[in-house]
Design a protein around this ligand. Structure first.
Ligand code: CA
Length: 219
């Protein structure tokens, strides 16, 4: 795993580099947002750790630029700002996770392992989380080996949640998946579909993060 570490606090970056290398990660360290965007463009990184306070630009702006280049590169935000607004806007801009400074290195490693597990799940054609399998070719859901019928919208929502298992998906981001079909979406649409999906899934499969969105947790 090749990690791009974007952090202008040299002491912190050096410490992280040491630990991550010790854990078997390859680490490329940069201090500036513009350089990070260029590095992402080369496509050599498997995941990004991005500080929000950078010398040349706001980390959220860098994140926006990164998301224009690639949508599936996992990005973990490091933030000294702990307000809910920053968390939500970071997630809305496509961050996969965030960690508030100061943090325990063990916590950082745990988050990176979630990224790793997710990257390896993405390689399979069917989406599988525990005993729940979503067959992408046949649009079928199977729970404990039993086939369950899904409407097209239920399928699309569950696909988005399972593709991103282990991370929070904001309601806006889920709605944008409906809007892409060019249809009007009522304000409670996502809740309604999640409600329908929950009846077809094991208890607790989709968790709600009030005011933020939903998450399918990895087993
Ligand atoms: Ca900083």
């Amino acid at each position: 795993m090749n990690i791009l570490l974007v952090e202008d606090d040299i002491a912190l970056a050096e410490a992280l580099k040491q630990t991550l290398k010790h854990e078997g990660f390859v680490v490329n360290h940069l201090t500036h947002g513009q350089h990070a965007i260029l590095a992402v463009r080369t496509g050599a990184s498997d995941m990004v750790i991005l500080d929000l306070g950078l010398p040349d630009m706001d980390g959220l702006e860098a994140l926006k630029a990164i998301r224009k280049i690639t949508s599936d590169l996992p990005v973990l935000l490091l933030t000294a700002r702990a307000s809910i607004e920053d968390k939500v806007s970071g997630l809305d801009l496509g961050a996969d996770d965030y960690l508030a400074k100061p943090f325990e290195v063990s916590e950082l490693l745990a988050r990176l392992r979630v990224f790793e597990r997710r990257l390896s799940t993405l390689k399979h054609a069917d989406l599988k989380v525990g005993n729940v399998v979503l067959e992408l070719e046949s649009f079928r859901l199977s729970v404990d080996g039993h086939t369950v019928e899904l409407s097209r919208r239920e399928f699309m929502l569950l696909k988005a949640l399972m593709e991103n298992a282990g991370r929070v998906i904001t309601r806006d981001s889920l709605e944008s998946k409906l809007y892409s079909w060019g249809e009007e979406v009522a304000s409670n649409t996502i809740e309604v579909y999640v409600h329908h999906l929950r009846k077809k899934l094991p208890k607790g499969f989709i968790s709600t993060l009030r005011g933020v969105g939903y998450i399918v947790k990895l087993p």
